[in-house]
Ligand binder design. Structure first.
Ligand code: GLC
Length: 712
């Protein structure tokens, strides 16, 4: 169909049929068993006939059920308008990749593009056409459970990885039946929820919104993302779902989005709870007027559209625009030509969980893990006798939140991984998350003999992060720390593996462990990846995409803080009156960009910065000083000595991951795009300031080589 034919179709539709098209209902209302609740349950209160007017369905599906539902829809649809099927494929469909916060630490958007490509192959084979991904909420508060779903605290990483996922899902042509339309979320600043408490208010300056929170959405829009999901929360006093400034002035005009805006689950009716709507009819009208084009999981608009149009005739034109967006998307997906998009159980069986996809999951897990501490105990030899213990010793619950369709049975446990690698496992003692009995800890200590190493697989239960997974403290359960401390007190060598969805307070872990390997929630191949890293078959190369604070008291903390008028670094007579804590440092325990390797690297500035067209080329020489091949991430940060605004001391503007053989050096040039020098400045808009810039070069986010750059 072309645009004109779509307009003709809209003119043929009744008011109710149009209202149905902007309604999205959970699959459970269409007799699909087992769909997982991802939002508040809401009784619909509409007739069976009106239910079938809905334009799209979200949630649990497979090839057979998709075909059956689409068939019944087409039998019922007067104008033969196909249904669209959407779901949350966030870090894999049935083959699960590490959580996005982990994958951001790979500093390899190309790898994540491939993970999204694979996810699209699996999800589309099951009958889905749209995924509610990527999530690009910039996050600075690890109390918020959804940090695991984000690409971390840095705006540029969220830009790069969000763009890569959109490209991986959508490809060049959405009519390819093994592609998915992407939906970037949650617009906007949902990750700035006050207190890190999910769904809470976000109050963010326009300076930060425009320089930090909006750019990842712009990157996804420029990559062609088809949908944007409005956030749950009230942003600066106005719920995002009923915020014309956000959904029209910013999203449509400034960010130039032309696709479809969808509400979050139940967020339209939640306008009543926010206190900006009296009842459901008003809630639906406010959302529609503000720029929402699909109402997720509730039916306010379709229930009250007749009333709306009588009282507010202008609404029908707004509704027509919304319907047009929805029909254009269905058309781009090729649904008018083939409502089934070639979905069948045979293709589903062939695509899902194939060995090549699991290899990609293994690769992603090894590239995303971060070595935080190592006194030389790692890598282990296969002959090292290992006592494996802790709540994640043989747990398959390593897929992480938002892996609703992941196959837990496929997950490779740490125990599986060590055995498959031919490791010498002396004993496996699985403990609980929150309780290690005296008997268990005594048994562990007594089992250890000289020369043995304990691999202690610790972490949070999956449900302690993810949606509605907010915690007031970011510590491991105390029994886990007690066990680690006891082993330390017995001078037992301990390697800690961590399985968690958020940065944690690791002060005690750092004190008592001989090595700490952050696995995050590594997905289906987690155990194989852990084993390959522990035995040195893979050399850890991941970096942190989010700072690990000195505990909850330091939150929010991120690497790109402003200097303040009393920087702690200042040498002043009176050492008290500076911006500092009396009890802890200002810097996090582990910084953004930090991560060790089994080898050492030397990173040196290698000449002068050269301007070439729209880029500044930063010359760097990297040397692998160790005896193992390894990868490191050279990071380029920028600061401005004098600016019209109080800018962060440093901001990431470029990076490059490179692999080096032992003893080898590489001279590389890392380009800084001129555009990344621009900042949105109140009263001036986007501005590239001239003058002196500081360029900082690092491969660990803590030690820097400094260069000067003058921008004319
Ligand atoms: C949830 C989440 C959103 C998700 C949607 C559909 O509440 O906030 O990220 O895409 O509902 O499951």
């Amino acid at each position: 169909m072309d645009r004109n034919q779509i307009k003709v179709l809209i003119r043929q539709m009744t008011l109710e049929e149009k209202a149905g098209q902007v309604t999205q209902l959970p699959s459970r209302y269409f007799a699909i068993q087992g769909s997982q609740l991802t939002g508040t349950e809401t009784k619909l209160g509409i007739s069976e006939e009106k239910k079938w007017l809905c334009g799209s369905i979200l949630g649990k599906l497979d090839a057979v059920s998709m075909r059956n539902i689409q068939k019944e829809n087409l039998e019922r649809s007067r104008l033969q308008i196909p249904l669209m099927f959407m779901t949350d494929i966030v870090h894999g469909y049935q083959t699960i990749f590490p959580v996005p916060l982990a994958m951001a630490g790979s500093f390899d958007p190309g790898m994540v593009r491939e993970c999204a490509r694979i996810s699209a192959k699996e999800g589309s084979a099951a009958g889905y056409q749209v995924t509610f991904s990527p999530m690009v909420d910039v996050v600075r508060d690890p109390r918020w459970g959804r940090v695991m779903e984000s690409f971390g605290e840095d705006s540029k990483l969220n830009c790069d990885f969000g763009k890569a996922m959109v490209e991986g899902y959508q490809g060049e042509n959405l009519k390819d039946p093994d592609r998915l339309a992407a939906c970037v979320k949650h617009f906007a600043a949902y990750g700035a929820a006050e207190g890190g408490r999910d769904y809470n208010t976000s109050d963010v300056s326009e300076f930060r919104l425009r320089n930090k929170y909006f750019p990842p959405f712009k990157a996804c829009i420029d990559a062609g993302v088809k949908l944007v999901m409005a956030a749950f929360e009230a942003l600066n006093g106005i719920p995002a779902t009923a915020n014309p400034w956000l959904l029209q002035d910013i999203l449509r005009k400034d960010l130039e989005f032309e696709g479809t805006v969808i509400s979050d689950w139940g967020a339209v009716l939640e306008l009543i709870k926010h206190g900006v709507a009296e009842e459901e009819a008003e809630a639906g009208r406010l959302a529609l007027e503000s720029g929402v084009q699909i109402e997720m999981a509730t039916a306010a608009i379709v229930k009250h559209i007749e009333v709306y149009v009588k009282k507010f005739p202008h609404l029908e034109a707004i509704l027509d625009e919304a319907v047009e967006k929805v029909l254009i998307l269905k058309n781009e997906l090729g649904l008018f030509e083939d409502p089934y998009r070639g979905v069948d159980p045979e293709r589903e069986m062939r695509e899902l969980r194939s060995p090549d996809k699991k290899r990609a999951a293994f690769h992603a897990a090894t590239e995303s893990a971060v070595l935080l501490e190592n006194n030389g105990i790692l890598p282990l030899t296969k002959e090292t006798p290992v006592i494996l213990t802790g709540p994640y010793a043989e747990s398959k619950n390593i897929l992480g939140p938002w892996s609703v369709d992941g196959i837990v049975e496929d997950a490779i446990t740490v125990k599986d991984g060590l055995i498959l690698k031919g490791g010498r496992i002396k004993e496996v003692i699985q403990t609980a998350y929150e309780e290690v009995t005296e008997q268990d800890s005594d048994r562990i200590v007594q089992t250890v003999a000289s020369g043995d190493v304990v691999v202690l697989a610790l972490g949070e239960p999956e449900l302690w992060s993810g949606e509605a997974g907010s915690r007031s403290v970011i510590e491991l359960p105390e029994h886990q720390i007690s066990l680690l401390k006891k082993l330390h007190e017995h001078q037992i060598p301990v390697v800690v593996l961590l399985f968690n969805g958020r940065p944690l307070d690791l002060r005690k872990v750092k004190e008592y462990a001989d090595a700490v390997l952050e696995m995050w929630f590594p997905g289906t191949e987690g155990g194989n990846a852990a084993a390959a890293l522990l035995y040195g078959e893979k050399n850890p190369s991941g970096k942190l995409a989010m700072s690990f604070p000195y505990g909850s008291g330091q939150i929010p903390v991120s690497y790109d803080m402003a200097p303040t008028g009393r920087p702690k670094a200042d040498l002043v007579q009176e050492p008290r009156y500076k911006s500092q804590y009396l009890d802890i440092p200002n810097e996090p325990l582990y910084s953004f960009g930090y991560g060790l390797s089994y080898t050492e690297y030397d990173v040196q500035v290698n000449g002068k910065i050269v301007r070439q067209e729209q880029e500044y080329l930063v010359p760097v020489k990297v040397t692998n000083l160790g005896n193992m091949t390894g990868k490191t991430v050279v990071q380029i940060y920028i600061g401005k000595k004098k600016s019209l605004v109080a800018r962060p001391v440093k901001e990431l503007v470029a990076y490059k991951k490179i692999e080096l053989q032992p003893g080898k050096s590489k001279e590389i040039v890392i380009p800084i795009e001129e555009k990344t020098l621009e900042r949105w400045i109140p009263g001036k808009g986007w501005t590239k300031e001239k003058g002196e810039y500081t360029i900082l070069v690092s491969n660990d986010g803590q030690n820097f080589q400094r260069m000067e750059l003058t921008v004319g």
